[in-house]
Design a protein around this ligand. Structure first.
Ligand code: ZN
Ligand code: ZN
Length: 237
């Protein structure tokens, strides 16, 4: 468990209250029917400047050095937040604490900050391996994607592709091993000829998993793949 999550989990009783629509999940101020009060929602960590291709926070809006040196298979990435406190604690509460209402909050915040413009043809959540799905009971990416589909009016297809290898958790591996770890992790039997696809995930770290997924979609004919992620880590995480 991350250090930053500890104080958050201590407020377990308060989390229950917040889900009944009484208190802000983070500061316990009255937030009416919302999960976060307006002040906390406003202060969630966000970066206006990021690489348009991999969403890494940076000083410019041009593609970052890593994307220029070794272009990923995806074409663009948009992240609503930087993966730091309290966003990291909220994401972990969704994934491991089963606070599914947070999926709706994340989708709404993503759409408010990053939505609009020309939309893709299809929204696809990053697939979870069936074993991981059975263990957790839900795919957090699919829960977020459902709400994004409703907000944007773009169809979602959660069965387009499957995760066929239950890879070791990426966070347990050194960066340079992460790409090898996810190679061949996905399978797709659909013809995606010419489609523009938005892939939804909760957290983007090195982007190795999303890169492998984009490679799979493009092998099946996708014309363009962009990542819609809730939070992006900074390079030094
Ligand atoms: Zn608050
Ligand atoms: Zn980049």
């Amino acid at each position: 468990m991350s250090i930053s999550l500890r104080p958050f989990l201590k407020a377990g009783r308060t989390i229950g209250h917040a889900l009944l629509g009484q208190d802000c999940l983070l500061c316990q101020a009255a937030s009416r029917e919302k999960l976060l009060c307006e002040a906390c929602a406003r202060e969630l960590p966000f970066t206006a400047l990021a690489c348009p291709r991999c969403a890494a926070p940076g000083a410019a809006t041009a593609e970052c050095g890593a994307c220029i040196a070794d272009p990923p298979h995806f074409d663009a990435s948009r992240a609503a937040f930087v993966y730091t406190f309290p966003v990291d604690a909220l994401v972990q509460s969704l994934k491991y604490g089963g606070q599914l209402a947070l999926a709706g909050l994340f989708a709404q915040e993503w759409y408010r900050r990053c939505g609009g413009a020309r939309g893709p043809d299809l929204i696809v959540p990053l697939p979870l391996h069936p074993a991981r799905l059975a263990e957790r009971g839900f795919n957090q990416a699919a829960e977020i994607a459902k709400v994004l589909s409703r907000l944007s009016g773009i169809a979602m297809d959660a069965r387009l592709a499957r995760r066929v290898r239950n890879t070791a958790a990426q966070t347990a591996l050194p960066w340079r091993e992460r790409a090898t770890n996810v190679r061949g992790a996905f399978a797709c039997n659909s013809d995606l000829g010419g489609l523009n696809i938005a892939v939804v995930d909760d957290v983007m770290t090195t982007g190795a998993t999303l890169d492998e997924f984009a490679r799979t979609l493009k092998k099946n004919g996708a014309a363009r793949v962009e990542n819609w992620v809730i939070a992006r880590t900074t390079r030094d995480v």
